[in-house]
Write a protein that binds this ligand. Structure first.
Ligand SMILES: C[S@@+](CC[C@H](N)C(=O)[O-])C[C@H]1O[C@@H](n2cnc3c(N)ncnc32)[C@H](O)[C@@H]1O
Length: 244
């Protein structure tokens, strides 16, 4: 596989191909599968990820968010929750210039991830009791950035999928608040209408700015959204930090 560009500079998905690939109706595929395949084959981000050596089109979401909000800087420590297949790890490791012999980027996923130079990858469920300690041990110091692109496996029932992914986002936020360096940032996948109530209050109490971001690489028709909480205030002693 081609090595990704060092900085992963963003130019938008630009240069969308003029010729649209169409799958014949007689292809034997169900209509929904045919539409998915057509969209995939015509997606400029899919073409760019192949051309630039990224493992996922999701890599461009982090590239676009980082180009705008300047989160990743050389020398930082980063945790990436829900890292497979490794697109965000590639971007983070390149942008913080994580050394291959002493990585400062650690990812976790219960799915296997092929090695990404400059990162340590844990194959385990982030919801396992022991996961936070394993992540911190692998990182060797407080992170500057906690990223989460975790999404629960889809069940086909939209509301259930939504609730499960929001739960992952809440657990990720609790984790970020308990481990981040003061001044650190938290970026996590959420859903439109999802980050309300307890979670939003918790983030606003603990970070100087909190807002939602929708990078161009996140499809318009998708309800996916990211929450970006910047400048962690640090842990006040004895404050109850939970979302409960
Ligand atoms: C959208 S993908 C991440 C894509 C990744 N950011 C990239 O650029 O390649 C979401 C990932 O979250 C992972 N995930 C979901 N729940 C998880 C959990 N409890 N623990 C660890 N990983 C989880 C899934 O296995 C999946 O690989």
């Amino acid at each position: 596989m081609k090595k990704p560009g060092k900085s992963g500079a963003s130019q938008g998905a630009g240069g969308a191909r003029a010729l649209k690939t169409r799958i014949k109706k007689k292809s034997g595929l169900k209509n929904s599968s045919r539409r998915w395949l057509e969209r995939h084959l015509n997606d400029p981000y899919v073409h760019r990820s192949k051309a630039e050596g990224y493992r996922s089109r999701a890599a461009f979401k982090l590239i676009e968010i980082d180009d705008k909000h300047k989160l990743l800087k050389p020398g930082q420590r980063v945790i990436d929750l829900g890292a497979a297949p490794g697109g965000w790890l590639q971007v983070a490791a390149a942008r913080v210039k994580s050394p291959e012999d002493a990585p400062t980027v650690v990812g976790i996923d219960y799915l296997g991830v092929d090695p990404v130079p400059g990162s340590t990858i844990l194959e385990m469920d982030f919801l396992d009791e022991g996961a936070p300690a394993r992540l911190m041990e692998a990182l060797g110091g407080a992170p500057d950035l906690v990223l989460s692109d975790m999404a629960a496996p889809t069940t086909g029932h939209r509301r259930t999928d939504h609730i499960r992914t929001m739960h992952l986002c809440e657990v990720a936020a609790d984790f970020a608040i308990s481990v981040l360096k003061p001044g650190g940032h938290f970026l996590a996948k959420t859903f439109q209408g999802g980050t309300e109530g307890g979670l939003l209050d918790l983030l606003k109490r603990n970070f100087r700015t909190v807002h939602h971001v929708k990078p161009p690489a996140s499809r318009d028709e998708s309800v996916e959204l990211y929450i970006l909480a910047k400048d962690f205030k640090g842990k006040p002693d004895g404050d109850d930090q939970s979302t409960e």
